[in-house]
Design a protein around this ligand. Structure first.
Ligand SMILES: [Zn+2]
Length: 452
């Protein structure tokens, strides 16, 4: 993947395509199980050849059990005149996600403990769930709640909660290496855009984009319900998990805040350093965060017994913007230009990991004579040529089989792209060769050979 290819997707207005895709998925009532989740995965499948996997209710996955499947057709609260004063058909956020079926008449006082609103944000509907405790409820705007007179209401939640399956989607894209990069996103929230749909859209378009590029790594894209989906996938796919070298959790990528990368539990993994290098390249307003055991599915991928190198890319971290988990996280809250920038950052981070190879200098005793090979001052103006020569000296000195190009970029404080293009020029001149998949034992042996 070259930088030119990366910016082409962004220049072609991918932000608007991403926003249109989010618009298509927005009305669907998703949950951690059920037909809304399946429908979402089937729509993703129109872009990438996703496999849909079904895990039966009751399956033990580590310390958890796959719950009953939830489906909903309709829900409402009708007043004495038969008017729907709360109506699932106008917003799926009106029903507490995973509500058990209800069909009752009751006074306002009995209904009120089942009504949830946000007094500080009187026009917004909150998003609530009750996955692991059987209950029911409605979420309403505070202003709507205040208008309800004390009378008898007809309360209906036409849902089912019974044995079925948990569904997740997986798209595997084989590369030259069996080693995998995993891109994971949760897809269990109903009509919420930034939290949920931006991650789904960018992961889908990344999958399609990478399928048209050559790539060293194999890629696995996971579209999973939050928490239980990640736990189920890890419990049921331990052999696949053993091939994961790098992982990225994507979520919250369309709001107007700056990009935010949260490091893996390992803290200094290659993906962490690649993300930091890209975000610090001067293209992006950004922040870097250390790992904490709170957040999205990085919690599971980075649990101590799994400890994979998974970072998380988002914009404003969840829970720190008022629209989070409310009806205000809508289509207007996510912006095509921010989606485009987030997509670009993903492509650059993955592109850096792809191109972060380790080379071996074939001329380790003193510097090779670059002038006679035409490698001095061949390209660009004076300043560009100086950087290029400096980059070649760094690459030659540290290409001992133990330092990757990112190691060299960090140590020289030069850009990865500059180091990478110096390495390519040196390789073309026969001064460098790739060190493919050296184990640490082989690295020691190679060092001993070249220094003896
Ligand atoms: Zn959420």
């Amino acid at each position: 993947m070259s930088q030119a290819v990366q910016s082409a997707a962004v220049q072609n207005g991918i932000g608007h395509d991403l926003h249109r895709f989010i618009d298509t998925l927005y009305p669907i009532c998703r949950s951690i199980t059920g037909d809304g989740l399946r429908e979402t995965l089937r729509i993703i499948r129109t872009h990438i050849p996703l496999s849909l996997n079904e895990v039966p209710t009751g399956t033990r996955v580590f310390d958890w059990t796959v719950p009953n499947e939830w489906n909903i057709r309709d829900a409402y609260v009708k007043n004495s005149r038969g008017e729907r004063v709360i109506d699932f058909q106008t917003s799926n956020l009106h029903v507490v996600n995973y509500s058990v079926p209800v069909r009752r008449r009751m006074r306002l006082a009995d209904l009120k403990p089942h009504l949830f609103a946000l007094p500080d944000r009187p026009d917004w509907i909150p998003y609530r769930t009750s996955y692991y405790q059987e209950s029911w409820g409605f979420c309403v705007a505070q202003r709507q709640l205040e208008l309800l007179p004390d009378e008898e209401y007809e309360v209906v939640i036409d849902s089912t909660l019974q044995p079925g399956h948990l569904t997740y989607g997986e798209y595997f894209l084989p590369g030259d290496l069996p080693d995998e990069i995993v891109v994971s996103t949760h897809c269990c929230h109903p009509s919420l855009c930034n939290d949920n749909l931006t991650g789904i859209a960018i992961a889908t378009f990344l999958g399609r984009f990478l399928s048209a590029q050559s790539h060293r790594y194999s890629y696995r894209f996971l579209f999973i319900p939050g928490t239980i989906g990640a736990i189920a996938w890890l419990a049921l796919n331990q052999e696949k998990a053993s091939r994961i070298r790098h992982g990225l959790v994507l979520t919250g990528l369309g709001d107007s805040g700056k990009l935010c990368y949260k490091r893996s539990r390992q803290g200094n993994a290659e993906i962490d350093r690649a993300a930091a290098h890209v975000l610090q390249s001067g293209f992006y307003e950004h922040q870097l965060m250390d790992f904490s055991p709170y957040g999205y599915d990085e919690r599971q991928f980075c649990s101590p017994g799994i400890n994979l190198a998974f970072g998380r890319l988002s914009r404003t971290p969840h829970g720190t913007f008022p629209e989070y988990h409310t009806s205000a996280d809508n289509l207007d809250f996510v912006h095509p230009e921010k989606l485009s920038e987030s997509f670009d950052a993903c492509v650059r981070i993955l592109g850096l990991v792809e191109r972060n190879e380790t080379f071996l200098s074939l001329n380790q005793k003193c510097e090779p004579q670059l002038g006679k090979r035409g490698l001095y001052g061949t390209i660009g103006g004076a300043a560009g040529a100086r950087d290029r020569e400096l980059a070649m000296l760094w690459v030659l000195n540290f290409s001992d089989g133990a330092h990757s190009l990112l190691d060299i970029a960090e140590r020289s404080k030069m850009s990865f792209d500059c180091i990478r293009s110096a390495a390519e020029a040196l390789r073309a001149s026969g001064l460098l060769r790739e060190c493919l998949e050296l184990t640490s034992d082989m690295r020691v042996a190679s060092l001993e050979r070249t220094t003896s």
